[in-house]
Write a protein that binds this ligand. Structure first.
Ligand SMILES: Cc1cc2nc3c(=O)[nH]c(=O)nc-3n(C[C@H](O)[C@H](O)[C@H](O)COP(=O)(O)O)c2cc1C
Length: 469
């Protein structure tokens, strides 16, 4: 449904007069200023390389400044692009930023109980729904009622405007990018966290979402467990009025059907993903991070999409770190790596085994130029030292996750992508996600098995004038 094929693409018409606004506008819900954001001081590599990121024992107790720091690097503005548009901590397909961040807070002395929406343009949250919603949030995300419950949604029109039905992919990938930022920021604030990749359908009502406009993608609960989790029956509530994103918002029936696939009344359980087969004779990688590294906050602040790759190969150590940062030991994703000449690992197409941290050669050819052609002829992809192709085996997805498989795999791919970006940034290299590709041509370039679904491609490697951190 969302695949691109070279000879069946319609001409893309961009209706600039109807371009969606990148920030939510609530005329009657003001933002509440928090204290000056506290930088995320945790060490970068130990936080990034553990799954889930471990809470920093040295972080001060969460207060208004801590929450401001957390929100600003989970979803906030970190730079201004050349055209004046604001860029954010998570990367975003086309810079359209469909992903939104909400949270319910309960029992914090310095913040009113209720449902909050984060307004990146103000660097502050706005209260949408007062009251203790910890119990209702736990019903959506599972686990015990906790002080803080974060919800990531996608405002579909922001992406549909440009990408039509393929927008569903980008919404999920963008949601995964934001999720990675949120998980890391929570850890840096010293908070234990519990991820829910499959929130209950009722979560949409809790947040006051209009189902044909905005989809709840995923959530994370964090902070202390609570005894007082709010009333069993929540008082009636009317979400505050929102301005439309543009003069004519449109929805896409195929996307709405995909978003509803396999939704259930209860939050989905954490899934057990089978170990992937590791062929013999593979190259074992040893991800050894530098002893002195930058802080998490500095890396997250400095991350940008960079495409000015230099024709240089990677050391085996850097290859190991990039891949270990991106992928957990088990999950719905499969990874194929395309390496060019000049690095410590010979050029070729490799299967990556995240549990064993090994690369097994499938084809001793440099396939990056072919991958670049498959990426709608984005030539810079072919100059990057490493192309990471994230893909899924649809049979395995459906066996483990049923109809939710595609959603979970795409979210995981976005999360892996953001982590690859951050690892590259910390190593002084560049990275850029590529969502625009002809699916069958990427599958062929990366030697994927018949029927495999390519999900996301990322290019990474040395760049001219790399990031200064
Ligand atoms: C899912 C996804 C797909 C993307 N696809 C492309 C792409 O095909 N080509 C490209 O040049 N950049 C692509 N990007 C990079 C975005 O253009 C970039 O993230 C956005 O402009 C914001 O800039 P920043 O990453 O520097 O913050 C993609 C990013 C994401 C998250």
């Amino acid at each position: 449904m969302t695949a691109y094929r070279r000879h069946s693409m319609g001409g893309g018409f961009m209706d600039w007069a109807n371009q969606p606004w990148p920030f939510k506008r609530y005329p009657y819900a003001a933002t509440q200023a928090l204290d000056e954001p506290r930088p995320l001081q945790s060490e970068f590599w130990p936080t990034l390389l553990a799954w889930p990121p471990p809470p920093d024992p040295d972080a001060p107790p969460l207060d208004s400044a801590g929450l401001a720091g957390l929100l600003s690097l989970a979803a906030g503005l970190t730079a201004q692009g050349q055209s004046g548009t604001f860029l954010r901590s998570p990367a975003s397909a086309g810079g359209l930023y469909p992903a939104e961040l909400y949270f319910s807070a309960s029992g914090l002395e310095w913040l009113e109980d209720g449902l909050w929406h984060y307004a990146p343009e103000a660097g502050a949250p706005r209260l949408l729904r007062p009251g203790n919603l910890a119990g209702a949030s736990a019903e959506t995300l599972g686990g015990e009622p906790r002080e803080l419950n974060f919800f990531i949604t996608a405002l579909l029109w922001r992406s549909i405007w440009k990408y039509h039905t393929r927008a569903w992919r980008y919404c999920l990938l963008d949601g995964g990018h934001l999720l990675a930022c949120l998980e890391l920021a929570l850890a840096a604030c010293g908070l234990e966290q519990r991820l829910c990749l499959d929130p209950a359908a009722a979560g949409g009502k809790l947040l006051g979402l209009t189902p044909e406009r905005e989809a709840l993608l995923t959530g994370v609960s964090a902070g202390a467990a609570l005894d007082h989790s709010g009333p069993d029956q929540l008082p009636a509530w009317q979400p505050p009025r929102e301005e439309p994103l543009s003069a004519r918002e449109q929805s896409d029936p195929d996307i709405l059907a995909a978003a509803a696939l396999g939704q259930s009344e209860a939050p989905g359980p954490a899934l057990e993903w089978p170990d992937q087969p590791a062929p013999r004779g593979a190259i074992r990688l040893s991800p050894a991070p530098p002893e002195e590294g930058p802080s998490l906050g500095r890396v997250m602040q400095a991350r940008r999409s960079r495409r000015n790759f230099m024709p240089q190969g990677l050391s085996a150590g850097h290859t190991a770190l990039l891949l270990a940062a991106a992928l957990p030991e088990a999950g719905p994703l499969r990874a194929t790596v395309l390496l060019g000449a000049g690095g410590e690992v010979p050029a070729g197409v490799y299967g990556y085994h995240p549990g064993k941290k090994t690369l097994s050669m499938q084809e001793p050819q440099d396939r990056r130029i072919r991958a670049a052609r498959a990426c709608l002829d984005q030539a810079w992809v072919g100059r990057a030292a490493l192309n990471l192709v994230l893909w899924a085996d649809p049979k395995q997805l459906s066996a483990v996750a049923g109809k939710r498989g595609y959603r979970l795999a795409m979210l995981a791919a976005g999360r892996a992508g953001q982590r690859l970006y951050l690892a590259a940034t910390a190593l002084g290299m560049g990275c850029c996600g590529v969502g625009a590709f002809y699916d069958d041509e990427v599958a062929a370039a990366a030697e994927l098995p018949a029927g495999a679904w390519p999900l996301y491609l990322l290019a990474a490697g040395p760049v001219k004038g790399g990031p200064q951190i």
